[in-house]
Design a binder for this molecule. Sequence first.
Ligand code: PLP
Length: 219
Amino acid sequence: MGLNDIRERIGKAEAKAGRDPGSVTLIAVSKVQPLARVEAVLEQGHRCFGENKVQEAAGKWPGFRERFDGIDLHLIGPLQTNKARQALGLFQAIHSVDRPKLAKTLARLAQEEGQCPDLFIQVNTGEEPQKAGVLPADADAFVAECQGMDLPVRGLMCIPPLDEEPSLHFALLAKIAVRNGLDGLSMGMSSDFESAIALGATHVRVGSAIFGERAAPEG
Ligand SMILES: *Cc1c(COP(=O)(O)O)cnc(C)c1O
């Protein structure tokens, strides 16, 4: 448990997979965590964090940014188009691009602002009706559509179904990325980041294993 332990486990998983040291980015998922815990991780020198809600991030991170340089903030939860402009001002990466309407809005705003966060396209690898993301069969077309709008598509993201072997989903996501020529793979959480790294994850999203259990249920 804790940041140093997770860093060490990531290093070992990189080595075991024959990956370069530091090739995996650790996104510390700070949603719903008490500010004191987040601050402790900032004090340890970590700068890359993930939040799943725009509103929550907007309440928390401007204050931290006044006190800590170089914060790299990633949106890992669903994004409504009416919050896209706010998201562009807060986040360096968005991992939840999942539909044409959102892609079009981001493309328009990126033009206006002259910049755009790194984007990951969320793929619903388990084809779960309640879950966000494009279906695997629609992924290639959606990647091409986003690239056609000049959006900076950095890679793909998935959240495997709770009751299935995650490695099957990581392997599927990796396969879709390869055939689309994409390098980034945002996959792996507290319980399965090592297997995600073995299958090529470039970004792991780890919350409770760094900060402890979340008090409130996530929405
Ligand atoms: C909350 C969350 C995580 C982190 O989950 P843990 O199990 O606490 O590591 C990762 N990815 C997404 C999309 C999340 O919403």
